[in-house]
Design a binder for this molecule. Structure first.
Ligand code: SF4
Ligand code: SF4
Length: 266
């Protein structure tokens, strides 16, 4: 019997996907391939630490990322995979003090990232699905997701994610098709699934229950927009857009610091 969701159940699961960089060994800043053109400070290969990553895994230029135009760094969000992986490897150290585990640690990080991302979308789909049959299937996939991320590191690192993804994707598509198909033309609700919305102007618009799965919102203007009831938005999409203190976000997503006017230091 799969556990039924309550709002507290969903909130707890969403919260577990929030990043906690202070409890992480800087995994994104070392394990990912980065390109200057994508808003990172330099072109670097996966597995090479960023030149600004400090010994304690803090970013030396964190406070000036915006002034330096490092949009890639500002937008990145790992769905909580960083701190979880760091915790899993705690007894064996980290990639820096114990380099023999680095390849395995990065592999686990990437697997958990993919699984957590799917879990985020499944939680969204759960709120949207109308038939109890689909809800039961989504709950079961969420439970399975948690079982996989709970197995020992070597097994998660080697875990073939594709069969799981092949069951998740059609379900998400089906939920989106049913929801988007019911949208009335001219209403606030729109289906932006996989849409390229770079630089689009949504300022002060009410976006109703619009769907944003995989939409590219880089530099989209969300100032004063109401997205509070929208679905499939991620923190990374929000971080890559422009908004302000009046933008309304769905629960579980945070307002990026640079959207709020900072007090000038005297
Ligand atoms: S991997 Fe995630 S938790 Fe770790 S530093 Fe990067 S964003 Fe933060
Ligand atoms: S600049 Fe900072 S946030 Fe960006 S990759 Fe380097 S250490 Fe990480």
């Amino acid at each position: 019997m799969v556990e039924k969701e309550t709002s507290a159940w969903v909130a707890e699961k969403r919260n577990s996907l929030a990043i906690d960089c202070r409890s992480c060994a800087g995994l994104c800043c070392v394990s990912l391939y980065c390109a200057k053109v994508d808003g990172f400070p330099e072109n670097k290969a996966a597995g090479v630490p960023c030149k600004y990553l400090e010994k304690d895994f803090r970013c030396r230029i964190h406070d000036s990322l915006q002034d330096r135009g490092l949009k890639g760094c500002m937008a990145y969000d790992c769905f909580g995979a960083g701190q979880k992986t760091t915790q899993i490897f705690r007894s064996r150290g980290d990639w820096k003090e114990n380099p023999v585990i680095s390849a395995e640690m990065f592999r686990v990080f990437h697997r958990i990232f993919q699984l957590h991302q799917m879990k985020w979308f499944l939680l969204e789909a759960l709120a949207l699905a109308d038939a109890e049959g689909s809800k039961e299937e989504i709950r079961s996939l969420i439970g399975e997701n948690e079982e996989i991320t709970g197995i020992v590191p070597e097994e998660i690192g080697a875990y073939d994610i594709e069969p799981y993804r092949r069951r998740v994707n059609p379900l998400l598509k089906d939920v989106i098709r049913k929801k988007g198909g019911g949208f009335i033309k001219g209403s606030d609700n729109r289906d932006f699934t996989m849409a390229i919305l770079i630089g689009s102007d949504f300022s002060k618009q009410s976006l109703g229950e619009s769907l944003f799965l995989g939409a590219d919102l880089r530099d989209a203007n969300l100032a004063g927009a109401d997205l509070s009831k929208c679905y499939f938005l991620t923190q990374m999409q929000i971080n890559s857009a422009k908004g302000d203190q009046y933008t309304k976000l769905p629960s579980g997503l945070s307002r990026p610091q640079n959207w709020v006017p900072q007090e000038k230091s005297r």
